[in-house]
Design a protein around this ligand. Structure first.
Ligand SMILES: *[C@@H]1O[C@H](CO)[C@@H](O)[C@H](O)[C@H]1NC(C)=O
Ligand SMILES: *[C@@H]1O[C@H](CO)[C@@H](O)[C@H](O)[C@H]1NC(C)=O
Ligand SMILES: *[C@@H]1O[C@H](CO)[C@@H](O)[C@H](O)[C@H]1NC(C)=O
Ligand SMILES: *[C@@H]1O[C@H](CO)[C@@H](O)[C@H](O)[C@H]1NC(C)=O
Length: 376
């Protein structure tokens, strides 16, 4: 029996990459179905352990629409394979790639700063405008102003851009972000270091011709010491202009304690909040409960245990009814656990421990790390 091409393509979409490569060589009908976009909803390619990528892929890569490329940096052979994949994905003028996510694994060699990979990306992007989402969160290297501007120039259709990496320093200045906004008029989802988000950037985002902002992810770290803090007033204006905007905030341990309260302005529509500061946080937890009650969906706190913290968390559980996850990395009382389970009907996952456990602490229910996929 002959299956219609779309159905075959849909079935193939569930196959791992190696099996797709094998299926491609079986017969004409199968290879045709594999050129159908339905066979390629999400593709993950891992360049690790020095193994080379099957050459047959060069014929399939130009069809891929959503690609996640993971490269183990330790072995130069993997970087070479990663660049090969990028080159072939963009090899044809009619590249259909919409989403590209690059993630680096393993320890890079000493003094290696990822120039080959970043330059390789810029090289293949030349005049290819189909890309709508570029996710570089998993790239641990310096993303320079020139690199980010280069990407924006080549990809005017971008609607999602993530350039907050795992480093300690912010390398992209606000002027660059403003240029990016001009070059990519459709951007509605942004991941940045908060240090690159100034009042001027927010004002640009509020201009009448800008589309509705969906999401801003901000990484708040020590470089915030050197910039003028964003006022509650400007956040209130942004929320007014973009009522559906949600903000994800991550405050890390390099952010000086004094700045925590400065970052947490009440008018920010915070959806996911990670307070990884390891500082004493009581007023902050109370403020989170009061200010973000209507928008907060996940909360992570790493702080010092105390009786007052327990009461602050219990109060928060009565305010933030939308919480689906809460993770507290210090011991809490049984009453805190009971309060979250009782008061938050959407709660799906939590890390709340009544006594110290060896690290890493596991959550309830115990499921693997969740990966958020990004599309617009
Ligand atoms: C990366 O590769 C090295 C050696 O090739 C290996 O020891 C290491 O475990 C790998 N790391 C990851 C995260 O895969
Ligand atoms: C890219 O486009 C510019 C002008 O639009 C053109 O001059 C250049 O040759 C193109 N480059 C490639 C590699 O197609
Ligand atoms: C980028 O920011 C988001 C939101 O704070 C966070 O979830 C993500 O982990 C950040 N990426 C890195 C690599 O820090
Ligand atoms: C990414 O990480 C490097 C250090 O590894 C840092 O210098 C650079 O500024 C970071 N990029 C951004 C966009 O902040």
């Amino acid at each position: 029996m002959e299956l219609p091409e779309e159905i075959l393509a849909h079935i193939f979409s569930f196959l791992p990459l190696e099996d797709k490569c094998s299926a491609f060589t079986v017969c004409r009908a199968w290879s045709l179905s594999l050129t159908h976009p339905g066979a390629w909803t999400h593709t993950q390619i891992r360049c690790e352990s020095g193994a080379s990528v099957p050459v047959i892929l060069s014929r399939l890569l130009p069809i891929v629409r959503h690609l996640k490329l993971c490269v183990n940096m330790t072995d130069p052979a993997n970087r070479k394979a990663g660049l090969w994949v990028l080159r072939h994905t963009f090899a044809r003028g009619d590249s259909r790639l919409h989403t590209l996510c690059v993630k680096c694994l393993g320890n890079p060699p000493l003094f290696y700063a990822g120039h080959d990979l970043l330059q390789g990306l810029l090289d293949v992007l030349t005049n290819r405008s189909s890309l709508t989402v570029l996710d570089l969160r998993g790239v641990p290297f310096t993303l320079s102003n020139a690199f980010v501007t280069g990407v924006a120039t080549l990809c005017p259709a971008l609607c999602g851009l993530f350039i907050n990496n795992s480093s300690l320093v912010c390398g992209v200045v606000a002027e660059t972000v403003r240029k990016v906004l001009k070059l990519c008029p459709a951007l509605t989802t942004l991941g940045l270091f908060q240090a690159s988000l100034t009042q001027d950037v927010l004002k640009d985002l509020m201009l009448p011709h800008r589309p509705a902002l969906k999401q801003i992810e901000l990484r708040c770290e020590r470089s915030l010491k050197y910039v003028t803090p964003l006022s509650d007033q400007i956040w209130a204006e942004v929320t007014d202009r973009h009522p559906t905007l949600r903000v994800d905030l991550e405050l890390d341990h390099t952010l000086p304690e004094l700045h925590v309260a400065v970052v947490l302005q009440p008018s920010i529509p915070v959806r996911h909040l990670r307070l990884r500061t390891w500082t004493w946080m009581l007023d902050e937890v109370r403020l989170v409960g009061r200010s973000y009650a209507n928008t907060l969906e996940t909360l992570e706190v790493q702080t010092t245990p105390s009786l007052e913290l327990n009461s602050a968390l219990i109060a928060l559980s009565t305010q933030c009814k939308r919480l689906s996850e809460v993770h507290c990395f210090c011991v809490v009382s049984q009453e805190v656990i009971t309060a979250f389970c009782k008061n938050c009907p959407s709660l799906q996952k939590y890390t709340l421990k009544t006594r110290k456990e060896p690290h890493p602490w596991t959550s309830t229910p115990q499921i693997g790390p969740t990966e958020t996929s990004t599309q617009c």
